[in-house]
Write a protein that binds this ligand. Structure first.
Ligand SMILES: [Zn+2]
Length: 446
């Protein structure tokens, strides 16, 4: 890999300049700002490094699709990323404007620097570096860069289902999310999510609590009781069958879990309180166990002083983080059945969203190949985690396309994604280019 790493060193400053050009182009999917221009720029940036690229329209923003065929290669790697970014607001909190990239403290600051343009662009420069030194890639590579990740990948499921042939590959390689605080990270999937809204209804309007208290229905109380019924007093989810399909950690999962560095002090400093798990169970609970959470709870009067009413309605938002092999549809059914059984059948349940969990085994041979590549790129072993606690559309690759998928983030743990002063370190960007390049060779050889 030395010739390729040398090429990356020689062209490092130009790569950084080009990334800044990419970052200067707004692409705020939530607001529809700059999307057409950015999609076209992505297509051009792909073409410039030798990728056969085109924009594939969707009912929303286009997917930038590309291929670099490598005659004689026996493997195909599908690389995923996204070119859309989060809205930059609040603008006054940025030290330098979000779409005017600024280099300081060894980082590039701009909206999208970490999430996901800097990481996505590293893949393109890896292709340039390998083609520039060797003339061909060791594997066939396909690219799927979507423009709607920040708006829940609205059209990606339909795109993937409709283009199975186009996306046919042996493995998915992707870079999104932050690295571990201690350095490089490799992960193999994510928890899923089921998001529900619960509503308790009472009278047709808010009522005087003196004139009607004791005779009118009290939806706030009713909803609180229903919510309380969802957990045992020790904090386990009390919904019948909720844990039925939770997969027992494999031997490989357990050994990977035990090796994740855990610093209780820094967790405590971050949270301002101790985690509820204790050190031993922290990652097991965060990554391999499901969780049911109240994300919002509203009813009645919350302004200053007293207002004596019986609110006529109460709302709660629930998010369930799901692990393998839980199924969002089944969990929703179980929550509905639980409420009926506990005589809360009057509480309205509405689904706001769902994404299934997704996992590739941590001891998958292609995963080990990627770990070796990241080690070459960084000169140190990455932290390996079985999956993210959060949710990404990984099931489209593992369950719809049936491929193993391996994720290697290039942004720092404090990239401030979705927040003001987002950044990527120059080291993370450059080692990201090295990681992608090395991964193509390790995947080819495995
Ligand atoms: Zn994001």
């Amino acid at each position: 890999m030395n010739d390729i790493f040398q090429y990356i060193d020689t062209h490092r400053d130009r790569f950084i300049d080009e990334l800044c050009t990419f970052l200067r182009q707004p692409s705020i999917s939530a607001q529809g700002v700059g999307m057409t221009e950015c999609a076209e720029l992505v297509r051009r940036l792909m073409s410039e490094v030798g990728i056969q690229a085109r924009l594939v329209p969707t009912p929303g923003f286009p997917v930038a699709y590309g291929e670099v065929p490598s005659p004689g290669a026996r493997r195909t790697v599908l690389i995923y990323g996204h070119y859309d970014v989060q809205p930059p607001e609040p603008l006054e909190a940025w030290e330098t404007p979000p779409f005017e990239p600024s280099i300081r403290n060894g980082r590039i600051y701009a909206r999208g620097a970490g999430d996901n343009k800097g990481q996505m662009f590293a893949h393109l420069k890896a292709i340039e570096a390998v083609l520039g030194t060797r003339g061909k890639l060791p594997v066939n590579v396909k690219f799927c860069f979507e423009g709607e990740e920040e708006i829940a990948s609205k059209n990606l499921p339909a795109f993937v289902s409709a283009h199975r042939k186009l996306l046919a590959a042996d493995v998915v390689y992707a870079s999104d999310g932050p690295m571990h605080p201690s350095g490089p990270l490799v992960y193999f999937g994510c928890r899923g999510i089921l998001y529900l809204e619960l509503t308790a209804h009472g009278a047709r309007r808010d009522l005087h609590s003196g004139l009607y208290g004791g005779v009118a229905p009290a939806p706030a109380v009713r909803l609180a009781q229903a919510l309380a019924s969802l957990w045992t007093s020790r904090g386990k989810v009390a919904v019948g069958g909720f844990y039925d399909r939770v997969r027992r950690p494999s031997v490989a999962d357990r050994s990977v879990l035990g090796a994740i560095p855990f610093d209780e002090r820094s967790v405590r400093d971050d949270l301002g309180c101790l985690p509820v798990t204790g050190a031993g169970a922290y990652y097991w609970r965060l990554l391999l166990q499901p969780n049911l959470n109240v994300a919002g709870l509203t009813s009645g009067y919350q302004g200053p002083g007293m207002k004596t009413i019986i609110p006529h309605v109460a709302h709660a938002k629930l998010d369930a983080r799901l692990v393998m092999d839980q199924d969002p549809d089944e969990i929703e059914e179980k929550i509905r059945a639980h409420l009926k059984r506990r005589e809360f059948g009057d509480i309205e349940v509405k689904r706001l969203g769902a994404v299934p969990p997704s996992r590739t085994p941590v001891d998958h041979p292609l995963g080990k190949a990627v770990v070796r590549a990241v080690e070459q790129a960084w000169g140190r072993r990455p932290v390996i985690v079985p999956n993210l606690g959060g949710t990404i559309p990984d099931y489209l690759f593992t369950q719809v396309l049936g491929l193993p998928s391996i994720w290697v983030p290039y942004a720092p743990h404090d990239e401030a994604n979705h927040a003001p002063n987002e950044s990527i370190t120059l080291e993370g960007f450059v080692n990201g280019i090295r990681s992608t390049a090395a991964a193509l060779f390790e995947l080819a050889a495995t």
